[in-house]
Design a protein around this ligand. Structure first.
Ligand code: ATP
Ligand code: MG
Length: 152
């Protein structure tokens, strides 16, 4: 269905801030409505998975920044943390099913399936999902989705 992704993320942040109270979840969103044609629950699941990871792999009290922007007529959402980061040779592998990086955070619970699911959902919406990271400094996960109405 068509819905306003900006309102959806704003509402979702309220819930996420309550469940992930160890971190400061900051929103950086455009003021206008942005309508996308998507399964709102699935897209919310992508954001929840990314924020859950950001919280899991960064120190308590840190900021997690959710940004929304329109770039080249596409919606781009990013989730940024200032945590452990990912080494360059692991960057592509984190999207594989059941893959988890072996590091000091390996004791954190998880199946290694969150990012795989995110990628499946984004791909099914004609979008793409990728990551940029600096080991020891933090990570930013991005996804892009087609916008319903082109903006100029
Ligand atoms: P779950 O199935 O509960 O999501 P998970 O978080 O381990 O478990 P993914 O979300 O698929 O699995 O992430 C895969 C791996 O990628 C993680 O185990 C972790 O090693 C690495 N990773 C994911 N997000 C981050 C992040 N924000 N910072 C650093 N490493 C990350
Ligand atoms: Mg995860």
């Amino acid at each position: 269905a068509d819905y306003d992704i900006i309102k959806s993320i704003t509402d979702l942040r309220e819930i996420l801030q309550q469940t992930e109270s160890s971190h400061q979840i900051i929103l950086n969103l455009p003021l206008e409505r942005l309508i996308i044609h998507a399964d709102s629950q699935r897209i919310e699941q992508v954001i929840i998975n990314l924020v859950t990871n950001a919280v899991k792999y960064s120190p308590k009290g840190d900021k997690v920044i959710i940004t929304g922007a329109v770039i080249n007529n596409k919606l781009r959402i990013s989730v940024q943390d200032f945590g452990i980061g990912i080494q360059p040779d692991q960057l592509e592998r984190v999207f594989s099913r059941f893959y988890r990086v072996e590091n000091l955070a390996s004791h954190m619970s998880g199946l290694g399936i969150g990012l795989y699911i995110c990628q499946e959902i984004v791909n099914r919406h004609q979008g793409r999902l990728w990551v940029e990271s600096t080991y020891g400094e933090g990570s930013t996960f991005y996804f892009e989705l087609p916008l319903n109405t082109p903006t100029n």
